[in-house]
Every structure is written in structure tokens, then in C-alpha cells.
Write a protein that binds this ligand. Structure first.
Ligand code: AMP
Length: 336
């Protein structure tokens, strides 16, 4: 039976956080343990350049994100684990797909629209002020990441659903023009996990500096959790799940029964301070055992590099035949 190909990436543009963990890393590693699944897990460092123009940050973050994947249980033997920039075939496919993507499709991408909206709200005469082509074309690069390996399923956070739809559109247009070479990927969302909100009430994101990092000490995790916004309700007053983002984080670390119990406790008047203690304990119970492994990996970048190089060689063996077929299909061929 043909194995299902699952692919997902995390961008090394800062310290990996709880959103990355529950939205991408945890489900992808769980899937990789299924013998019917073939996993492609990667560090999307060319995506980091879209948001981050600080070379040292990209470099440090690459190490931290790789160490996070490995500390969370990624097995490089069972999976294909690589850094995007070590697989140049992806960038070549990126250009070929760019030449087959409607500009109008990119105009509708959330990240671009949000940047335009921001300019409008600030009264900028030029709606595209400060927007670079990397941001505008980002969904094409993401499509190249996915289509290069003909992934069947892509586990991501809800914020990425639109980009998956775009990857399908781009693949369908290419297949229609040149013959079917690409699988249409399906998005895979963990029903238990919402897009986690950060400490300031916006989406938890490395770019906003509002995250709860994965591998801080128990004490620091408690300190970060204490900063999550709540309202002024007193202990004893009934509270609803949608009154603080801490509920969704709790849910992401709990079974449905535990979440139901937590909902009940809030309704019965659990104090926000107590709720935060329960949440930090939940997070630490899952992550503390992985922390030591993470620290050991961070102290041994050469080992991480060796793992990534072996992964890139494996990835390129898969990418090269498909890229050769794509080049042939679009007319980039040797003369004879
Ligand atoms: P990024 O680091 O932005 O490349 O995101 C890597 C993965 O983490 C993607 O699958 C995202 O959907 C997921 N992710 C990022 N932020 C969050 C969040 N706040 N909540 C849930 N998933 C997230």
C-alpha cells in the first residue's frame, strides 16, 4: 500500500513557541510514528527571510527550531528532516510555479491583505508601502515546499488553511496546463487546537514577541502564563471559556474530559490566578521532560548539522526526479 505523505515546516525566525508546538510540531511528530505515513519535516529558513532581516537571529533560530523538533521526538531515521535551503530544487520549482500563478490569487492572501490594511489604517498614500515581494509571493514558496514532495497531507495551524487552498489551486493550474505531476495536498487540522493567542491578545507569533516559549524553566513558564490577559472577575464569580485566551491553551494540552472539568471549574468561580497555576502545571508536565534533551542538542550544533545534511540528501533524492519531470513538462530541456 502506498504510504501517505505528510509534510510540515516551521520558520526559524525566532524562539519556537507553544503555537508552533501544538499547531505543527506535535501533530506532525505523532503522524510520523504511524507506519502508514512517510513524513517530510523541515525548517523553512527561506521563509524566515520574509519576516526577519537579522542574520544572527535566523541562524540562532535555525538551531533552536531544529533542536525543538528533535527534542520533541522527531526520529531522523523514520522521517525526512531537512533545512529548506539545503534543497535547491525547491527554489527552482518556486520560480516555475511563480510563472504559473495568477497575481490576483496572491492579492487575496491574508498576510499581504493584512499588511495593506495596516497601511490604509496608518493613512499611507501608497497601500504597498514597505511591503516586499517575499511577503507577497510567500504562498508560492509554500506551495513549492509542499508540491516538491507531492505531500498528501499538511498538518498546520488554522492560520495556514488559506495557503493550503492556494497550493491546491497552483497545483491544479499546473496539472491542467502541463499534465498531472502534482498531488493536490489536503490540510490537516487538529480539532482540539485553536490558533493560540499570545500574551497581548493577538495571534501567538514569533514576529510579535508575545509568545510562551517551549523550553524555558518551569518558573519562567509560570511567569509567562501569569501575563496572559484575563478580565477583572473575582474569585467565586462564574467565568466562561471565551473570557481569556488561557482556556484554548489549556485545551491544547488536555484531554476532552480534562477540558470539560476545567470549564466546570471556571463556571464554579475558579480564580484566574488558580487557573494560571493549573495551566502552567499542564504545560510543564508535557514539556519539562523534553527540556534536557533540547539543552543537550543546543550545546552540540555539529550533531544537528550532520542530521540536517543527511536529511537534505534524502530529500534531494526524492525531489530531483520530480523536478526533472517538471522541467521537461514546461520545456526546459537539453537540445538533441
Ligand atoms: P511559523 O513559525 O509561522 O512558520 O508556523 C509554523 C507552524 O506553526 C504553522 O503550521 C503554523 O500554523 C503553526 N502556528 C504558528 N503560530 C501558531 C499559533 N499561534 N497557534 C497555532 N498554530 C500556530
Amino acid at each position: 500500500m502506498k504510504k501517505i505523505r505528510v509534510l510540515t515546516g516551521v520558520t526559524p525566525s525566532g524562539v519556537p513557541h507553544l503555537g508552533n508546538y501544538v499547531g505543527a510540531i506535535r501533530p506532525a511528530i505523532a503522524a510520523s510514528q504511524n507506519p502508514d505515513v512517510e513524513s517530510f519535516l523541515f525548517l523553512s529558513d527561506y521563509h524566515a527571510l520574509i519576516k526577519c532581516h537579522e542574520p544572527e537571529r535566523v541562524h540562532e533560530s535555525t538551531k533552536a527550531v531544529a533542536a525543538t523538533w528533535l527534542a520533541c521526538g522527531l526520529d531522523p531515521e523514520r522521517t525526512t528532516f531537512y533545512r529548506q535551503s539545503d534543497v535547491p530544487e525547491v527554489m527552482e520549482l518556486n520560480w516555475i510555479l511563480t510563472c504559473n500563478t495568477a497575481k490576483g490569487l496572491m492579492n487575496r492572501a491574508h498576510a499581504y491583505k493584512a499588511a495593506v490594511q495596516d497601511n490604509v489604517e496608518k493613512g499611507q498614500a501608497d497601500q504597498d508601502h514597505g511591503i516586499e515581494m517575499g511577503l507577497f509571493c510567500y504562498p508560492v514558496l509554500m506551495s513549492a515546499d509542499i508540491l516538491m514532495f507531492n505531500a498528501d497531507k499538511v498538518p498546520v495551524g488554522r492560520d495556514q488553511i488559506q495557503h493550503l487552498e492556494m497550493a491546491r489551486d497552483i497545483a491544479a493550474r499546473f496539472n491542467h496546463r502541463f499534465g498531472t505531476l502534482f498531488t493536490l495536498p489536503e490540510v490537516q487540522i487538529d480539532d482540539n487546537v485553536e490558533t493560540l493567542v499570545g500574551l497581548d491578545g493577538r495571534k501567538m507569533s514569533k514576529s510579535y514577541g508575545n509568545t510562551i516559549p517551549l523550553f524555558d524553566s518551569d518558573k519562567k513558564i509560570q511567569k509567562a502564563v501569569n501575563k496572559i490577559v484575563t478580565n477583572l472577575k473575582q474569585p467565586g464569580e462564574a467565568k466562561a471559556p471565551d473570557e481569556s485566551p488561557l482556556f484554548d491553551i489549556y485545551k491544547a494540552f488536555s484531554t476532552p474530559d480534562e477540558t470539560a472539568e476545567f470549564t466546570h471549574m471556571l463556571a464554579e468561580g475558579l480564580a484566574w490566578g488558580e487557573a494560571k497555576k493549573l495551566l502552567a502545571a499542564k504545560i510543564n508536565a508535557e514539556l519539562s521532560p523534553k527540556r534536557e534533551h533540547f539543552e543537550a542538542l543546543m550545546a552540540n550544533p555539529a550533531l544537528i548539522e550532520d542530521i540536517l545534511q543527511a536529511g537534505a540528501a534524502k530529500a534531494r533524492r526524492q525531489a530531483q526526479p520530480l523536478l526533472a519531470a517538471v522541467r521537461e513538462a514546461v520545456g526546459i530541456r537539453r537540445l538533441s
